[in-house]
Design a protein around this ligand. Structure first.
Ligand code: PA5
Length: 468
């Protein structure tokens, strides 16, 4: 076990000893003892019952090996790997590609990339669709259509367009060589399409929700295809699983983070969760986490049926960039946020700032210092400035950015989300709130059987009156 590569959670800046009356007292945690015990019991039970499928993913060696086989073929054969997917079928892949590959990966010449470029089409913006055709040759592309439900409008819209494009470029008979499907084992239109055409396909396990699926073929196939070491990614997650299986909350980073966020809300009314990586590579981890947190925790009903309207609002920020945009608000604005910093101990590349302009004191202090030193000094400075103003924050330190540390981080945040769902007594794994919007979209787009839905939604009059 690579203990030196373990990511570390520091939550001193959440506590009373540091923040005074704005901080959490260990008695606040003790008072929750019964609730915490029940949450631990429920998580264990649900895991045993097979409800928490994401917890099995780090150990699914059979799927990993199948993915690796296909990825190897794809890596050598294609210039472009195009993912069609949205939400949980896209965000994890984007986050891990950007974390683990070169910052300008798609722009690198192929001899440096040594793997296909990766495009993730996760919106139905027509300008992006047209733009894609300007830069990819479909003859040299593999398209991975990813939708667990099998019929998500945005994904199938793109599929229709690329299907036609592929037929034009490679012919119907060769479609099979250019399409991989990732979907439910049995349900949904995409499974039917995969079976009809005999496409290579992978399964999103039924007990793994979209936003918890990045370590399933949803994420690991595209990532392995561009040369990400998925063995190490899964090992990192499995390692974190050992830490997050500890019933002692003072040793369990996921449970502790969930408890701290829960108390921050229920005692202090802090409903905003900011994630602020001090690393461009980790920027989209905050984006992935925003979906995980928002869709999992934003719920109208509790598990026992009471109307609760729970939810913590995720906010994405980037250090040091957003020090010049958001931090003023975090330090002097309302006391309604908990900030998580992601900090990297050792960067994969570094730059020494040269000795020049040494006649100016306001510039010379940077001479002969590493850029990473400045970035990390800014992170520490922001953390301390927040604490000095009694603003709570936690820091997750990654010894380095690697598959092993990212596997840990992803898994930690997933367990935290599942655990805080238990504390709130809500179902963190469904998303009923997005259904109505989907139904109305179908109605507006003329889907059979949905036409009358618009009439059924009776919005009150006056909508015309308030338009400027
Ligand atoms: O977390 C979820 O379940 C959602 O965000 C889904 O990932 C998203 O709606 C896409 O769904 P699908 O994979 O079925 O196309």
């Amino acid at each position: 076990m690579k203990a030196s590569k373990r990511i570390i959670l520091n939550f001193n800046n959440m506590m009373k000893e540091r923040l005074g009356k704005q901080g959490i007292d260990s008695n606040d945690i003790k008072r929750l003892n019964k609730k915490i015990k029940l949450a631990i019991k429920n998580i264990k039970q649900k895991r045993e019952d097979g409800q928490l499928g994401f917890m099995y993913l780090p150990y699914d060696i059979k799927t990993r090996d199948e993915v690796k086989k296909v990825a190897e073929l794809v890596r050598d054969k294609f210039e472009n790997f195009i993912v069609l997917g949205i939400g949980g079928s896209a965000l994890g892949t984007i986050a891990l590609r950007n974390a683990l590959k070169h910052p300008f990966y798609n722009m690198l010449p192929s001899e440096k990339r040594k793997a296909p470029r990766l495009f993730v089409m996760d919106n139905v913006d027509p300008e992006v669709a047209v733009g894609l055709f300007d830069i990819v040759d479909l003859k040299k592309s593999i398209v991975n259509i990813i939708t667990k439900s099998g019929a998500t409008a945005e994904t199938v819209a793109f599929m229709k367009i690329l299907w036609k494009g592929l037929i034009k470029k490679v012919g119907k008979n060769k479609l099979k060589d250019h399409i991989i499907i990732t979907t439910d084992k049995e349900k949904g239109e995409l499974r039917k399409i995969a079976n009809t055409y005999g496409f290579v396909s992978f399964t999103v396990p039924g007990n793994v929700g979209g936003r918890f699926s990045v370590l399933s073929p949803v994420g690991i196939l595209p990532l392995a295809s561009i040369g990400v070491n998925i063995d190490e990614l899964l090992k990192g997650a499995a390692y974190m699983d050992t830490l997050c299986s500890n019933d002692n909350i003072w040793k369990n980073p996921a449970y502790m983070r969930a408890i701290l966020h829960y108390i921050s809300d229920t005692k202090f009314g802090r409903k905003i969760t900011v994630m602020m990586p001090y690393s461009n590579a980790l920027k989209d981890i905050a984006d992935w986490f925003a979906q995980l947190w928002a869709e999992s925790l934003g719920k109208k009903y509790s598990i026992t049926g009471e109307t609760v309207h729970e939810g913590l609002t995720p906010v994405k920020a980037l250090g040091a960039t957003d020090q010049h945009s958001q931090v003023q608000l975090y330090i002097e604005g309302p006391y309604d946020k908990v900030i998580t910093f992601l900090r990297v101990e050792k960067f994969r590349n570094d730059v020494l700032m040269p000795r020049n302009f040494d006649e100016f004191d306001s510039i010379s202090y940077l001479s002969n210092k590493k850029m990473s030193q400045l970035l990390n000094a800014e992170q520490l400075a922001t953390e301390m400035a927040l604490a000095k103003n009694q603003r709570p924050s936690m820091t997750i330190t990654l010894p380095e950015i690697s598959e092993f540390t990212l596997g840990q981080l992803i898994y930690l945040l997933e367990v935290e989300t599942a655990f805080i769902g238990e504390l709130y007594n809500i179902n963190a794994f469904d998303q009923p709130g997005v259904e109505l919007g989907k139904i109305l979209t179908y109605a507006f787009m003329g889907r059979k059987g949905y036409k009358d839905k618009i009439k059924q939604i009776k919005l009150s009059k006056g909508v015309k009156k308030y338009i400027i």
